[in-house]
Design a protein around this ligand. Structure first.
Ligand code: NIG
Ligand code: FE
Length: 424
C-alpha cells in the first residue's frame, strides 16, 4: 500500500492531460485524458496515485495524517501554468489605459515617454522590499485564480544594477511564495533613456556585461528580447540571444506582436523554446516554428487590452502542426490581469480554440514553454501535486462561464493554498 498525506476524491471529471510530456500539436492538443469518477493521492507534494477512484483507493492507505478533499463531483485539472508574465513592477499605469481608450496607440504613448520606459523609471526608484511586496500580491491573486507555476521576466530595470535588483526580487519570491516561479532575463525589453542615441552601445552592454553577470549569479533560466520595429532589430536580437545561449540561457522572443517583423523566423532559426505574441507573424514564420518545435505562446489578453481587433491565428498554428501555450502577459502596460481563466475564455471566444485545446495550452504545453514539463503540466505519478478543483461539473464551463473565479480550491505541492472560488 502507498502512503498518502493528501487524497482528493469524488472527482466528476478528472482532467489528467496524461501522455507524452512533449509539446502537443494537432489532434493531440485535444487529448485531455479524462477520467470519470477519479481520485488523486499525494505524499510530500508529489502524486503517488491518480486515476479511477476505486484504483486509487485500493492502492493507497489512508491514515489519520491524510487530508481528504471531497471534489463533490466537480472537475479537477492540473494547476494552470502562466508561461509569460511581467509580474514584478513598481506601479500600475491606468492613466495610459485611459489614453488608449480615448484613441492613443500603445506605440504613441511609448514614444512620448510612457510605456515600458515609465515602468523603468519606477522600478529604478523602488526598493527591493517594495517590489517584493507588490509582486507577492500579484502572485497571490494569480494563485487564487488557479495558477500554480508562473514565468516572471525582469525588463523594467534596463541597467545591470536594476535588472539584478528585479531578478533578486523574483528569486526571493520564488523562495518565499507558494507558487513555483521560472525566471527570465529581459534586459532587452526596451532601450533605456541613457542609450536612446547609442542603441548598439546598449546591445554591447547587454552581451558583454549584463548577460555574463546574470548568468554568473544564476538568476535566470531564459533570456528574452522584445524583437519589434522601433525596439530590438532582428540582428540585435540574434546577437543578444546567441550571447545568452553561450552563457547557458535558453532563448525566448517577444515576436511579431505589432508588425510582421521576422521574429517567428528568428525563433525557428535559433531553436528558441518559445516565441510569444505572434499576432502579426507570417505564414512562413509560423510554419518554420512548427517545424523546429518552438512553442507559440499566445497572449490574447494583450490584444484585448490594447483594443486591437486581430488576434493571433491559433487555428492556422494548429493546422500547420504548431504547439500553442497561453499566458496572461500580466504587466502594468498592455495586459493587467492575473487571471488565466479570462485567457482561456478569450482563447475559445476570439481565437476559436476548443475548450480541450485551451486546457492543453495552459497545462502541458505551457509547461513545455517554460521547460517545466517533467514536474508539472499533467497529473501523473511523480509529478507535483498541483491541482485546481473547479466549481463546475463540465470542463467546457471553464471557458464558457467567464469573468468570475471558478477555481473553488487550489492545491500547490499537495497543500491547499486557496479556497476563494465558489463551488457549483
Ligand atoms: O509583452 N511587448 C512588450 N512587453 C510587454 C509590455 C510591457 C509594458 O507595456 O510594460 C508585453 O506586452
Ligand atoms: Fe510580454
Amino acid at each position: 500500500m502507498l502512503e498518502a498525506d493528501l487524497l482528493v476524491r469524488n472527482i466528476g471529471q478528472l482532467i489528467t492531460v496524461r501522455g507524452s510530456d512533449a509539446p502537443r500539436t494537432g489532434g493531440a492538443m485535444s487529448e485531455l485524458g479524462i477520467e470519470e469518477s477519479g481520485a488523486v493521492a499525494a505524499l510530500g507534494g508529489r502524486i503517488v496515485a491518480v486515476g479511477p477512484e476505486n484504483h486509487v483507493l485500493d492502492a493507497v492507505s489512508i491514515g489519520p495524517g491524510t487530508v481528504e478533499l471531497d471534489a463533490r463531483g466537480c472537475v479537477v485539472t492540473p494547476g494552470l501554468i502562466d508561461a509569460h508574465t511581467h509580474a514584478v513592477f513598481a506601479r500600475t499605469r491606468e492613466s495610459e489605459f485611459a489614453m488608449r481608450v480615448e484613441g492613443r496607440s500603445y506605440e504613441d504613448i511609448a514614444e512620448a515617454g510612457g510605456g515600458i520606459r515609465s515602468s523603468v523609471r519606477d522600478v529604478r526608484q523602488a526598493s527591493e522590499e517594495e517590489l517584493f511586496t507588490r509582486g507577492a500580491k500579484t502572485l497571490d491573486r494569480m494563485m487564487e485564480f488557479g495558477t500554480t507555476t508562473v514565468e516572471v521576466k525582469s525588463g523594467y530595470g534596463l541597467s545591470l544594477e536594476s535588472e539584478l535588483k528585479m531578478l533578486k526580487v523574483i528569486s526571493r519570491l520564488s523562495e518565499l511564495h507558494a507558487l513555483d516561479i521560472v525566471p527570465t532575463f529581459l534586459g532587452a525589453h526596451e532601450f533605456p533613456d541613457e542609450y536612446r542615441d547609442d542603441r548598439d552601445g546598449y546591445v554591447s552592454e547587454l552581451t558583454r556585461r549584463m548577460i555574463p553577470a546574470v548568468a554568473r549569479a544564476k538568476l535566470a533560466r531564459f533570456c528574452d528580447v522584445f524583437c519589434e520595429r522601433g525596439v530590438f532589430s532582428i540582428e540585435q536580437s540574434r546577437t543578444i540571444l546567441l550571447a545568452a545561449a553561450k552563457h547557458g540561457m535558453v532563448s525566448k522572443i517577444h515576436a511579431d506582436e505589432l508588425s510582421a517583423f521576422g521574429g517567428a523566423e528568428l525563433a525557428a532559426e535559433l531553436s528558441a523554446i518559445s516565441a510569444d505574441h505572434l499576432v502579426c507573424a507570417s505564414d512562413e514564420g509560423l510554419k518554420a516554428m512548427a517545424d523546429s518545435g518552438v512553442v507559440a505562446v499566445l497572449l490574447p489578453g494583450t490584444t484585448l487590452s490594447l483594443g486591437k481587433r486581430d488576434f493571433a491565428r491559433a487555428r492556422f498554428i494548429i493546422e500547420v502542426g504548431g504547439a500553442i501555450a497561453l499566458a496572461t502577459d500580466c504587466n502594468p502596460g498592455s495586459s493587467m490581469t492575473e487571471s488565466m481563466q479570462i485567457i482561456i475564455s478569450l482563447a475559445s471566444m476570439v481565437m476559436r480554440m476548443t475548450p480541450e485545446e485551451a486546457l492543453v495550452a495552459v497545462t502541458i504545453n505551457a509547461a513545455c514553454a517554460v521547460g517545466m514539463e517533467r514536474s508539472v503540466g499533467s497529473l501523473a505519478v511523480g509529478k507535483l501535486c498541483d491541482l485546481v478543483l473547479w466549481g463546475v461539473n463540465d470542463y467546457r464551463a471553464i471557458p464558457y462561464h467567464y469573468g468570475v473565479n471558478l477555481a473553488a480550491t487550489v492545491v500547490k505541492r499537495g497543500t491547499v493554498v486557496s479556497t476563494l472560488g465558489r463551488n457549483v
